[in-house]
Design a binder for this molecule. Structure first.
Ligand SMILES: Cc1ncc(COP(=O)(O)O)c(C=O)c1O
Length: 382
């Protein structure tokens, strides 16, 4: 029987929910772990006992920034701290000028709605959004190529499609964007923490992710990596005092810019969330993203093969190289199926015409089989 290279039993002991449930919904919200719980408690204790320990709180926030940077092979100065992926995307949009001839946004139809909304909101400033179609749960490079031209300012391509688990080839899309002089914005929320992802060598110019899915964290914090030579040219109009060269200068009449991606920081950072985020990401890095990716591939393949054995239809590509850990199983009444599974303490995530199973590094093959059995029964009886 296949096994991960880390101690799976030891990992599982650190996730209390596994004693009672089978969580398979990392595409929505990862379960709590002892390490993230301890980090939240540390913040609460500091707040209760010290009232305010601003310096340590900011230090912890900086550790979260550095941890995210290490996870994607980058430098801390090239990472901004945001409060959601929507905010990170809006900050990027606010740094681009849509008034010239180069005003087109080429966005994949696989973007999470919030990213589409941010780009569409730029139309009032002169931007024109063009969509790359999703066909059979995936997007082709040819469809990007046909739309990217010398009027394209930014190409927006998520790494993983939240609906089907289709994984996009970021270096290939980057090449198409850069050939025409466009930037590439990547929303990596559906994959970050589930695979090795090196931002500097990916070709992307911007990479954003929230923290509550495969990174094992909570809502309220997100990260934005900006390629250093791009960041130094950017002056986001969505800004705040933490985006200044010296936030503690308290000079309301001077607008200068912090180094690198730090200029995309806004106001007081999400401090408690940063405590939790740092702890979750450090745990993943300690286990090794390569080991986690390998085990996720095994679990994902089991999902696809096991679904076929049970007569279930998997949406999107089946090729492991083109799949995130999410397997989307077609069903008419996905919310009823999600509720039925929850009654059996199996946590899955309904989205549109699919029930999504998204195992992660702590799941077992038995978890996958149990979830598939229950899903097949629930779909039959829905
Ligand atoms: C791919 C992707 N991007 C963005 C979001 C939403 O991000 P936020 O709520 O932080 O703006 C989600 C949430 O599910 C998502 O799956």
């Amino acid at each position: 029987m296949a096994e991960p290279t880390y101690d799976l039993d030891a990992v599982r002991r650190q996730i209390p929910l596994l004693r009672t449930h089978t969580p398979m919904n990392n595409c929505s919200q990862a379960p709590q772990s002892d390490v993230t719980r301890a980090a939240a408690d540390a913040y609460l204790s500091s707040w209760a006992q010290d009232g305010m320990d601003w310096d340590s709180w900011i230090e912890s926030t900086e550790e979260a920034r550095a941890e995210f940077a290490a996870l994607i092979g980058a430098q801390p100065n090239d990472v901004a701290i945001a409060t959601s992926l929507s905010q990170a995307t809006s900050s990027v949009a606010s740094a681009l000028s849509w008034r010239g001839r180069r005003n087109r946004i080429v966005a994949s139809g696989a973007e999470f709605p919030t990213v589409g909304h941010v780009w569409l909101a730029q139309e009032r400033h002169g931007a024109v959004v063009d969509w790359v179609p999703v066909r059979y749960g995936a997007v082709t490079l040819q469809d990007y190529q046909e739309r990217i031209d010398d009027q394209t300012l930014v190409v927006s391509a998520c790494r993983g499609y939240y609906q089907t688990g289709f994984k996009q080839n970021i270096p290939a899309i980057a090449e198409l964007a850069h050939e025409k002089g466009a930037f590439l914005y990547v929303d990596a929320y559906q994959t970050m923490g589930s695979e090795v992802f090196d931002a500097p060598s990916s070709g992307a110019d911007f990479v954003a992710s929230g923290n509550l899915k495969f990174l094992m964290g909570i809502p309220g914090i997100a990260f934005l990596w900006v390629r250093p030579e791009v960041a130094s040219e950017m002056e986001p109009s969505t800004t705040g005092w933490f985006g200044r060269a010296d936030p503690y200068a308290f000079e309301a009449k001077r607008l200068d810019w912090a180094e690198g991606a730090r200029r995309f920081d806004l106001g007081t950072p999400p401090i408690m969330e940063a405590y939790v985020a740092r702890a979750g990401m450090a745990w993943l890095r300690e286990l090794g993203l390569d080991a986690i990716e390998a085990w996720n591939d095994t679990l994902g393949q089991r999902c696809v093969e096991g679904a076929a054995e049970r007569g279930l239809t998997v949406l999107g590509p089946h090729d492991p190289a083109m799949r995130t850990p999410t397997t989307a199983i077609a069903c008419d009444n996905s919310h009823a199926v999600e509720a039925t599974l929850r009654d059996q303490r199996i946590i899955a995530s309904a989205r549109g015409p699919a029930i999504r199973l998204a195992p992660h590094f702590y799941n077992t093959i038995e978890d996958v089989d149990r979830a598939l059995d229950a899903t097949a029964r629930a779909i039959r009886h829905a």
